[in-house]
Ligand binder design. Structure first.
Ligand code: HEC
Length: 120
């Protein structure tokens, strides 16, 4: 449950990538990484619902992992499992979501959320 080893490195990487025009970030103008509030209700729920809950939700979630509610999402993120999967290379067989389409700013936000102790 110790979240202290997470860093904000992804936001820095996102900004460097943006500045050099190397990687797309869907929030680059209206909602830069740093302007979103990293709480479950403000941002994390929407990301998980859009990117994860289609498989990790409902009656029979993939791998028994539900990412469509707060308590289960907190456990999965603070355990390190979610960060491990979303930070893999896009061609890694274990990357989540499986098509590797996760935005770098969303990864940064999930890391910030973990760093803050996954507030609701
Ligand atoms: C298209 C369906 C699909 C989507 C979308 C998806 N997953 Fe998965 N996920 C799976 C499947 C299938 C497994 C089990 C196989 C494996 O471990 O890779 C899995 C496994 C996992 C595991 C390991 C769980 C465990 O206890 O072994 C984590 C963590 C995870 N997903 C996180 C996420 C996150 C976070 C997202 C959204 C960013 C996401 N997944 C989106 C299908 C999906």
């Amino acid at each position: 449950m110790h979240a202290g080893h997470f860093s904000f490195s992804f936001c820095a990487i996102a900004w460097i990538a943006l500045a050099s025009g190397m990687a797309g970030c869907s929030y680059n103008t209206e909602q830069p990484c740093s302007d979103r509030t990293a709480t479950y209700n403000a941002s994390v729920a929407a990301i998980f619902n859009a990117q994860c809950a289609g498989c990790h939700g409902g009656e029979n979630p993939e791998a028994g992992l539900a990412l469509d509610n707060y308590p289960s999402s907190v456990d999965a993120v603070l355990s390190g499992d979610v960060i491990d999967r979303i930070t893999r290379e896009t061609d890694d067989a274990l990357v989540m979501p499986p098509n590797g389409s996760f935005q770098i700013c969303d990864i940064a936000l999930i890391e910030q959320w973990a760093e803050a102790g996954a507030p609701e």
